[in-house]
Structures are given as structure tokens and as C-alpha cells.
Write a protein that binds this ligand. Structure first.
Ligand SMILES: NC(=O)c1ccc[n+]([C@@H]2O[C@H](COP(=O)([O-])OP(=O)(O)OC[C@H]3O[C@@H](n4cnc5c(N)ncnc54)[C@H](OP(=O)(O)O)[C@@H]3O)[C@@H](O)[C@H]2O)c1
Length: 254
């Protein structure tokens, strides 16, 4: 039929959506957005009780499934494969964490900090994607990975790890293109209201972050969820290998 594209996954068509780090912050907002539009959502994270609480609160047409797993550990992922969906329409690689601040110590400590940031921000995306690729629908599958504005402006090992994800996405997009699937990256600026900074921001910090934007407000998890929903949706089938900045104009056009 004219206007229909069999390669397009349809929003609201009960897609199977996997969101890593879906128990808190940005990942939880992403999971809630997909659940609201009628998709079957599975959320992953290390803390089972946090996942269960999020799943209960998110609700949706179908119960949100939870899988407690450390995504930096290959063996843990292997052992959880039976709990993960047999079919994946959308994979959102959101799990990650704040970098370890530079501190005291010698080269041994420097190596430990960089390895920790690698384990926290690169391995979860790479390992989960490798694990679920055989289950990604083709054509029409979508992989969306969450990077950070830090990849564009520094922030030590954390920024370097997010930049690594963006380089990795080029390869992934090439791989998925041949099976009619896409891989894109959402690059958020500062987002308030998550566990990322370990507690609520002070008024001074919020004012400082607000002043860095052009739109006069800080980011919300829902801002990032909207960008992910677009890239995972039917209107984005011809977009792949791209980075979508979501930063209120705090850093322009890179
Ligand atoms: N907030 C910001 O300003 C900001 C800006 C740019 C980019 N980001 C990125 O956005 C993503 C979400 O961050 P957020 O701000 O929403 O922070 P958050 O609330 O701390 O969320 C991070 C999530 O990742 C999960 N996670 C971390 N390591 C994991 C592992 N090894 N295995 C499984 N799950 C793991 C955590 O759950 P468990 O601890 O239970 O495992 C948590 O649910 C991260 O990739 C972050 O780098 C955040």
C-alpha cells in the first residue's frame, strides 16, 4: 500500500523495548515513555529492588519486566539471557555513571580510575548490544545509545568513554544497516533529577547550569526520552550513525 513501509517499526505496535539503567533517572523516563505508548518494556540494572519499584510506578498496558544484571560483567549477562526478551525491537543503551574524579595516587590509581570508567560506561553498551544483536528484529530494529556532552568537551576519562561509544556507534550502524536496522546516539547535556550526581543539585548549581543553556532551563529526563522515542520511531528510519544533541543550546552544533 502506498505510504506504508514494511521496514518501519510502528510506534504503539507493542514493540519489545529493552532499556539499560531503566530503574532510575533518564532510563526510567525512557522506559515510562515507551510503556505509555503501549510497548512491552524490560528494564535492566544492578539493583533488583530499585528496578521493581520503578516497574510498579511506571505501569503501562503491560507490566514492565525487570532483569537485575551487572552489564559490565560478561558472565552475568550470559547467565541472564533466558530472562531477556526473545525478540527486541528497540535497545536503549542508557546505563552508565559519573566518572571517577582525578585524585591522589600514582599510575596504579590512574589506571584503576580509567578502567572503572570504561567498565561503567563502555562495556555495558557494547556487551548488551552484542548479546542482544541476534534477537534484534530485522528489518526495523533500533539501537539508541546515551552518550554525554562530556564526549564533546572533555571531563577526563568519563568524556573519553562517551566519545568511545560514539566511535563504536559508527561501526554498529554499518553492521546494522545491512539488516535494515539503525544505530544512533543521543548526547544529553546536564540533566537534573537523576542519581548521576549522587544527590539533588544546590540552587547555585542549577542556576549555573541554567545560565549555560540558550533556553533558560536545565534538562529533564523526559527531554532525553523524547529524543530516544523519535530515533526509535517510524519517522527516523532513514537516520543512522548519527548523534542527536539534547542540551538546550549549552553546546552548539557539533
Ligand atoms: N544526568 C546527566 O546530567 C547526564 C548527562 C549526560 C549523560 N548522562 C548519561 O545518561 C545515562 C543515565 O544517567 P542518569 O543521569 O539517569 O543517572 P542514574 O540515575 O545514575 O542512572 C544510571 C543507571 O545506570 C545503571 N547502571 C550503572 N552501571 C550499571 C551496570 N554496570 N550494570 C547495569 N546497570 C548499570 C544504574 O542502576 P544500578 O546502579 O542499579 O546498576 C542506573 O539506573 C548515563 O549513561 C549517563 O552517563 C547523564
Amino acid at each position: 500500500m502506498i505510504g506504508e513501509d514494511p521496514e518501519e517499526p510502528m510506534s504503539g505496535m507493542e514493540r519489545s523495548v529493552v532499556v539499560s539503567g531503566g530503574g532510575t533517572g533518564i532510563g526510567r523516563a525512557i522506559a515510562a515513555r515507551f510503556a505509555r505508548q503501549g510497548d512491552r518494556v524490560t528494564i535492566l540494572g544492578r539493583r533488583a529492588e530499585v528496578l521493581r519499584a520503578a516497574a510498579d510506578e511506571i505501569g503501562g498496558k503491560y507490566p514492565v519486566r525487570t532483569v537485575a544484571v551487572d552489564l559490565s560483567e560478561a558472565e552475568d549477562i550470559d547467565s541472564r539471557m533466558p530472562e531477556l526478551p526473545e525478540r527486541v525491537d528497540v535497545l536503549v543503551n542508557n546505563a552508565g555513571g559519573r566518572g571517577t574524579p582525578a585524585g591522589e595516587g600514582g599510575l596504579k590509581e590512574v589506571a584503576e580510575r580509567w578502567r572503572h570508567d570504561f567498565d561503567t560506561n563502555v562495556l555495558p553498551a557494547v556487551l548488551l548490544t552484542e548479546a542482544l544483536l541476534p534477537r534484534l528484529v530485522s528489518p526495523g530494529g533500533r539501537v539508541v545509545t546515551i552518550s554525554s556532552v562530556a564526549a564533546l568537551r572533555g571531563n577526563g576519562a568519563y568524556g573519553a568513554m562517551k566519545a568511545a561509544l560514539q566511535a563504536w556507534n559508527h561501526t554498529l550502524a554499518g553492521q546494522l544497516g545491512s539488516v535494515g536496522a539503525t544505530a544512533n546516539v543521543v548526547v544529553p547535556g546536564y540533566v537534573a533529577g537523576t542519581e548521576f550526581f549522587g544527590g539533588p543539585a544546590t540552587e547555585e548549581e542549577l542556576a549555573r547550569r541554567r545560565a549555560q543553556t540558550l533556553v533558560g532551563r536545565v534538562g529533564k529526563p523526559e527531554d532525553v526520552a523524547a529524543a530516544v522515542a523519535f530515533l526509535a520511531g517510524p519517522d527516523a528510519g532513514y537516520i543512522t550513525g548519527e548523534f542527536l544533541n539534547v542540551n538546550g543550546g549549552a553546546l552548539l552544533g557539533r
